[in-house]
Design a protein around this ligand. Structure first.
Ligand SMILES: C[S@@+](CC[C@H](N)C(=O)[O-])C[C@H]1O[C@@H](n2cnc3c(N)ncnc32)[C@H](O)[C@@H]1O
Length: 213
């Protein structure tokens, strides 16, 4: 058998150019599809929401949140108050399955449209619902950017519904007396994380007590 000739520098350069062009065209296509999603409904940062306004988490903060709780392809990530779906989409890009819970039906529609534009239908589901009533028991990671009092109100549901070991990460707001395990400052924003403790442990009692403060 004769060995196949090594590719010439020219052939390699051509293949690289083709790959770059294809990548650029795909990115342009996603951008165009996302722009089409915003034609019927374009939200404004700071607009009213049921319990909290919509303000998107900056991209670098999203990345730090997901890194802090070590999101992996085996994870099921729930974003409580999903907005335009950006945290759920970022989690799916890391290989995880993700669900966003969003109360505003137009916002939930937009988030689902962005999910389709990104080609992540099979990985991300946006549910229109209220975080205080939603079923997120299957989560292995929960992400939040809500408000201090909403975090505290959610503690009993988080403790009751989530399996011990589930990681929680919050942008901007802590959980009062439930001390975070990790803290970081990213682009001037605070990020905190916790792990759901096992029932009956002092950590569980401390977390529950924090919700009553
Ligand atoms: C501060 S934004 C965060 C959006 C997204 N998680 C992010 O970090 O980019 C909060 C979102 O929660 C939604 N929201 C407010 N109250 C809610 C509730 N009770 N249930 C579900 N979503 C809610 C708002 O409509 C808004 O989109």
């Amino acid at each position: 058998m004769t060995p196949s000739p090594a590719p010439t520098a020219r052939a390699v350069a051509l293949a690289l150019l083709c790959a770059l062009f294809a990548g650029g065209a795909a990115a342009q296509n996603v951008a165009a599809e996302r722009a089409a999603c915003e034609r019927p409904y374009k939200p404004q940062s700071g607009q009213e929401g049921k319990d909290v306004v919509w303000v998107p988490t900056p991209d670098e903060v999203v990345q730090r949140m997901l890194q802090m709780v070590d999101v992996r392809p085996t994870d099921v990530v729930y974003d409580l108050g999903a907005g335009d779906g950006k945290i759920a989409i970022a989690a799916a890009r890391l290989g995880a399955r993700a669900v966003g819970i969003e109360f505003n039906p137009q916002m939930a529609w937009l988030a689902q449209c962005f999910v389709r534009a990104e080609g992540l239908d099979g990985k991300v589901r946006i549910e229109r619902g209220d975080v205080f009533e939603a079923d997120f028991r299957e989560a292995t990671v929960v992400t939040m950017y809500l408000l201090p009092e909403l975090n505290l109100r959610l503690i009993p549901k988080l403790l009751k519904d989530l399996k011990p070991g589930t990681r929680i990460v919050s942008h901007a707001f802590d959980m009062g007396g439930w001390q975070p395990e990790q803290k970081a400052k990213v682009a001037g924003k605070d990020v905190y994380s916790w792990t759901i403790p096992a029932p009956g442990t002092p950590a569980y009692a401390a977390a529950m007590a924090a919700s009553r403060q």
